[in-house]
Design a protein around this ligand. Structure first.
Ligand code: EPZ
Length: 416
């Protein structure tokens, strides 16, 4: 499974370049199934989740060519099956975004309940309700769903929960449905807006993406197109949190500060030294004050940055409440953080209290998921002594060559 060995306690200095957003690239890969023409995608992060998605597409009979560093060409002119590979789907929750394109293009899709992180139950009711609203019928047998629709028709659909991939999936299904669709209570993440912009460049008629209400006029077919993945705001935010604790300074380049408002707000309130540029942010360590956070759908504080921010709170002066409103299992990772010396009081599955200015001590840790894995790396870089992080596949799922980029800014980290 691979391990990282980290000797912590060193200041970090230099520039890190942010890669393309995992959660943009994955859904654009899936959207290539909506057309039989070629889709060109650049600035794709070279990470494990992209390899898994490519493997799933390959098994569907879709041509995925890596034409250079971060550059991919996808041509879905010969889809040979509508069954999503069970084994790979269990390792990639995002595989769920393949269901809409397959359903609307082929009239059916068969898939398992998607796997992924251990951060919570991860239901898929909004997908099933949404497809039914557009005229699909659904069977469930032996842990797999089978969804069918000769032709999808437009409709009004209100999401029962704000779901990023749910919103993305319904946009893709409605893009080729007959008639108009109105989606309400949509997710407003930048990745949703990015997908709508790409689909419109291929001939779709989508308006309102990035707001809670999206209108889609179904069209008969979509052409191929070109897309450059937006910068990964979660990766950028993780480096900014690291820089607030250890930066001497760290410059986070090729990011979009516009996508980081809620994090920058918290960091500035905590007293971090931040200089915001057009597509970079420079941060250096300072005496930090504790600031409470409550995770919310975008533009609120992102749940994917909750774990890294908790590490910052262990080093800040004071105490703060962390309220994780999105996932019921996303605070479990703090048990290991406590074993490193953090003072964390668990109030309930959604709330913890962190008392700061605690020295962390290095230890052997196992990465349970992508974002907790990054948080453990940040904790290990802050801690005294040596840490070993196991199961780095989880970190490689979401961060490209992370140890090499950290070495470049002076981190004592090696992969064994
Ligand atoms: C996306 O997941 C991201 N993944 C997640 O990032 C991110 O944590 C999440 O949005 C929230 O920002 C991708 O974009 C590939 P949701 P998604 O559906 O779409 C409930 C990472 O580390 N819900 O927005 O799967 C659900 O239980 C990953 O990159 C339902 O109730 O998340 C949760 O409470 C982790 N029914 C809330 O909505 C449904 O049918 C948000 O889930 C679907 C979701």
């Amino acid at each position: 499974m691979g391990k990282f060995v980290i000797n912590g306690g060193k200041k970090l200095k230099g520039a890190v370049e942010v890669r393309g957003a995992k959660n943009d690239a994955l859904v654009i890969f899936a959207s290539a199934l909506l057309t039989s023409e070629t889709v060109h995608i650049s600035r794709v992060p070279e990470i494990e989740d992209i390899k898994r998605m490519s493997e799933i597409l390959d098994k569907l009979g879709v041509g995925v060519d890596r034409s250079g560093y971060g550059k991919y060409k996808i041509t879905a002119d010969k889809i040979k099956t509508t069954a999503i590979d069970k084994e790979i789907a269990k390792r990639l929750r995002a595989s769920i975004v393949l269901t809409a394109p397959l359903l609307v293009r082929m009239g059916r899709v068969d898939f398992p309940h998607p796997g992924g992180c251990v951060i919570g139950e991860r239901p898929i009711d909004v997908f099933l309700d949404g497809y039914k609203a557009l005229g699909a019928s659904i069977d469930y047998k032996d842990g797999a769903y089978s969804v069918r629709a000769k032709k999808l028709h437009g409709n009004k659909f209100v999401f029962g929960s704000v779901s990023v991939t749910g919103t993305e999936s319904m946009m893709m299904a409605a893009a080729l449905a007959q008639g108009d669709t109105i989606l309400k209570n949509c997710a407003c993440e930048p990745e949703v807006e990015s997908l709508a912009e790409f689909l419109n460049s291929c001939g779709a008629k989508i308006s309102g993406a990035g707001t809670p209400k999206i209108t889609i006029k179904g069209v008969r077919k979509l052409s191929g197109g070109k897309h450059t993945t937006i910068p990964d705001r979660i990766e950028a935010g993780s480096f900014l949190i690291l820089g607030s604790i250890l930066g001497d300074p760290i410059k986070v380049k090729k990011c979009n500060p516009e996508h980081l408002d809620s994090l920058l707000n918290v960091l500035q309130k905590s007293g971090a030294n931040i200089k915001i540029g057009k597509n970079s942010v420079e941060v250096s360590s300072s005496k930090l004050k504790s600031v409470g956070i409550k995770t919310k759908e975008y533009p609120g504080f992102p749940t994917d940055l909750q774990a890294p921010l908790c590490v910052l709170l262990t080093q800040a002066e004071g105490q703060a409440l962390v309220h994780e409103t999105i996932y019921e299992g996303r605070l479990n990772w703090t048990d290991e953080l406590k074993r490193m010396g953090a003072d964390v009081l668990t109030l309930d599955p959604h709330r913890i209290e962190i008392r700061g200015s605690k020295k962390l001590r290095g230890r052997e840790i196992e990465s349970p998921d992508i974002r907790a894995g990054m948080a453990y790396m940040i904790a290990a870089l802050c801690a005294e002594g040596q840490s070993t992080i196991d199961n780095v596949y989880q970190i490689d799922r979401g961060y490209e060559k992370i140890e090499e980029r950290l070495q470049k800014i002076g981190a004592d980290i090696r992969r064994i």
